[in-house]
Design a protein around this ligand. Structure first.
Ligand SMILES: [Cu+2]
Length: 320
């Protein structure tokens, strides 16, 4: 249906243009209009997910190719979602049996102040866990906020997870924020959006972007120049935050590290509104997320220990 509708709109537009122009100019304009029609993406190519308390509600299956996720956080806590592409044959049953116990045990020990023993507990993670491909997803998003992001999905079995923590230190994954999604071999004809801001992240340079950003609606493209596992086993990602006068950057930096007993735990730091971002992807990959920016102070920050030292905490001003 959707493909037919795009084709129909495209044909209509082409016909109208053909009446008013000719030659190469006409061909060029037609091509440009076709691109813009398709870039405006039909609504039915958006996969909508939401959270009411501690769950992900949305489709169990998606086409492969470019996909736009709209994620609505209707709950009272900060969340995120990371898309974990599993190795062949592994499913959520294996996660519950072999992945959650070492993570829960390790986190409990870290929360008790036994940091080394906590890290040692993560050593019990199964070999296959290291073959999981982290494939993007929504950056941290504050209560009541909606985020929209576009990523290219390969066919396979994915787990959508949120590992933010409850005030008692338990991961949201253990509370039900873990959802299997099957991505089929049918390829969507969706196209990525056109970026207004380009952000690159790498372990050598940190977060690099054009800091002259004006207020308005933006589509932020995030390119992962390289990728690595940091001290806390996670890879680098990019999160957009709005800062008000009470925001403390050191508190924010410490909070962004899940392996810190006070990290990623409810409540989120004061003076900070999380506006989404792009979760980690393999080197060379890219994803897009949307944000409406008003005049004011913002930051881009990765969920890694010592983000500032790694040039992965960048404060910037949005101007009129
Ligand atoms: Cu969560």
């Amino acid at each position: 249906m959707k493909a037919n509708r795009i084709a129909f709109c495209g044909v209509l537009f082409v016909s109208l243009l053909c009446m008013s122009c000719n030659g190469d100019k006409k061909t060029k304009e037609v091509e440009e209009e076709k691109v813009s029609i398709e870039a405006e993406k039909p609504k039915d190519q958006i996969a909508e997910y939401y959270t009411e308390s501690m769950e992900f509600i949305g489709p169990d299956s998606l086409s492969s190719g470019w996909t736009t996720f709209r994620y609505i956080n209707k709950s009272f806590e900060t969340h995120l979602f990371l898309l974990d592409k599993y190795p062949e044959g592994k499913t959520i049953a294996d996660t519950k049996k072999e992945v959650f116990p070492p993570f829960d045990k390790g986190m409990d020990l870290i929360n008790e102040g036994k940091v080394e023993e906590g890290y040692a507990a993560f050593g019990a993670l199964p070999e296959w866990f290291y073959q999981v491909i982290f494939s993007g997803g929504a950056g941290l998003i504050s209560p009541g906020q909606t985020t929209e992001l576009t990523v290219k999905l390969e066919p396979g079995y994915y787990i959508m997870e949120c590992y933010v923590k409850m005030s008692n230190g338990k991961f949201h994954t253990s509370m039900g924020m873990v959802k299997p999604i099957v991505v089929t071999t049918e390829v969507s004809d969706h196209l990525p959006p056109i970026a207004t801001v380009n952000v690159a992240i790498s372990s050598s340079q940190g977060i690099v972007f054009d800091e002259a950003i004006k207020a308005g609606d933006h589509t932020i493209k995030v390119t992962f120049v390289d990728q690595k596992k940091h001290e806390h086993f996670l890879e680098h990602d990019v999160n957009l935050v709005k800062l008000d006068d009470t925001a403390d950057l050191e508190v924010l930096e410490a909070w962004m590290d899940w392996s810190n007993p006070k990290g990623l735990i409810n409540p989120a730091p004061a003076g900070v509104t999380f506006l989404g971002g792009m979760q980690e992807m393999p080197a060379g990959k890219e994803g897009y997320f949307k944000a409406t920016l008003a005049k004011g102070k913002y930051a881009l920050i990765a969920e890694v220990p010592k983000a500032n030292e790694k040039n992965m905490l960048k404060v910037f001003e949005v101007t009129d």
